[in-house]
Design a protein around this ligand. Structure first.
Ligand code: NDP
Ligand code: MG
Length: 385
């Protein structure tokens, strides 16, 4: 690595990805510096992180918690900001070398645009941003010469398979899916599942929203859209296969028929570290995969009839325009409602399909259109609930 340390802004440092990114930084203080940390409402953890990592600045989204954070960091050099708009300002800091977008949902869109406009490489965990506005984001990144490095494990796997192959055409990619906690279950079972059951993911420990998305297979749908934009693919070049052990993180099939896979134990620290250190690989002490412990790695087709969300994502891709933005907004509302016991598990895809059928379609959306689509869809979805 260069002698200069890499200064990282972590948007969403108090979440699952954010705390694991700080684990990576803590383990590699000679390589990384936590430059900016942000949280939405978890002021206590943000303060604790700031006291440990002494960042240049922190942002607390919830403005009512500004005084608490400011007071706790009064004896430090850390600048304290509050509110959503502050995220767009801090990402522009001259001292930042890379912005890790580890916040959840549509809230990632504007700060990601600001970071790209400021020429900052993006380590992208916040897949919703690419789902909502993939065309706009990838075009802007290209114009500004900014790299978007995937953190999502599947996309990191594909990217790792492509290193050294960027000039070779891709025939297709194969996204692996764990199948979630309800793999093999039928609709009558799903009709009565609780949020507690849905929050128990077999292989990954993640934030609540993505854990529910994994249970509905919406997460894989969002990842199909994310992959389209990251790797410039047509929808028919993206396959999904269920691989319950989550050891192969995804694969690329080239035009000669050869398939490359990236493997390892399920641990998000690996793709986080790969994105933050790219193009270098740095040493880690993460547990190693042992073939002897996994005598069989298995693969099966996803059950698209029972888990309808995956096809809704392909529908949104086919339709283009702002349809994936509608899908994403409806899904954020539906997941929040499910977590509050306001709707059942099977009503999630129903709500999404309804919003996609009734939402105002815009063929060539601008940023303003995306913001309006998101707001309109949230209002409509809330009425349906
Ligand atoms: P979490 O819910 O664990 O964390 C979300 C983070 O974002 C927290 O720091 C939270 O702050 C902050 N946040 C929440 N809402 C807002 C908002 N409106 N504005 C600004 N900040 C906000 O999520 P995850 O870490 O699980 O996921 C983050 C992103 O990474 C998602 O897009 C997810 O799809 C993606 N991802 C996650 C994986 C995982 O293993 N967790 C794997 C692959 C992708 P606070 O703590 O104060 O609420
Ligand atoms: Mg993933």
């Amino acid at each position: 690595m260069n002698k200069e340390k890499r200064h990282i802004a972590i948007l969403g440092s108090t979440g699952s990805i954010g705390t694991q990114a700080l684990d990576v930084i803590r383990a590699n203080p000679h390589i990384f510096v936590a430059e900016v940390l942000t949280a939405q409402s978890n002021a206590g953890l943000l303060i604790q992180q700031a006291l440990e990592f002494n960042p240049n600045a922190v942002v607390i989204g919830d403005e009512t918690k500004y005084a608490q954070v400011k007071e706790a960091l009064a004896n430090t050099d850390t600048k304290v900001f509050a509110g959503a708009a502050a995220l767009e300002q801090v990402v522009e800091f001259e001292s930042i070398d890379c912005v890790l977008t580890a916040l959840v949902g549509f809230a990632g869109l504007k700060p990601t645009i600001a970071a790209i406009n400021a020429g900052k490489p993006i380590a992208l965990a916040n897949k919703e941003t690419l789902v909502v506005a993939g065309q706009l984001i990838t075009q802007l990144a290209q114009e500004k010469g900014v790299n978007i490095l995937p953190v999502d494990s599947e996309h990191s796997a594909i990217f790792q398979c492509l290193v050294g192959e960027f000039h070779n055409p891709i025939e297709k990619i194969i996204l692996t899916a764990s199948g979630g906690p309800f793999r093999g279950k039928d609709a009558s079972f799903l009709a009565t599942v609780t949020k507690e059951q849905a929050l128990k993911h077999p292989n990954w420990d993640m934030g609540a929203k993505i854990t529910i998305d994994s249970a509905t297979l919406m997460n894989k749908g969002l990842e199909v859209i994310e992959a389209k934009w990251l790797f410039h693919l047509k929808p028919e070049q993206i396959d999904v296969v269920v691989h319950p052990q989550s050891i192969i993180h995804s694969m690329v099939q080239f035009t000669d028929g050869s398939i490359k896979a990236q493997m390892g134990l399920p641990d998000m620290k690996l793709p986080i570290q790969f994105a933050l250190a790219y193009p270098h690989r740095i040493k880690s002490d993460f547990p190693r995969f042992n073939f002897a412990n996994y005598p069989s790695l298995t693969f099966e087709q996803p059950d698209l009839k029972t888990f309808k969300c995956l096809n809704l994502a392909f529908d949104a891709l086919d339709k283009g325009g702002n349809m994936a933005c509608i899908l994403n907004a409806a899904n954020e509302v539906a997941v929040a409602a499910f977590l509050q016991d306001k709707i059942g598990f099977l009503q999630i895809p129903e709500l999404l399909a309804n919003c996609m059928a009734k939402g105002t379609f815009v063929e060539k959306p601008t940023l303003t259109d995306y913001l309006e689509t998101d707001a309109e869809t949230r209002t409509f979805a809330a009425q349906l609930i």
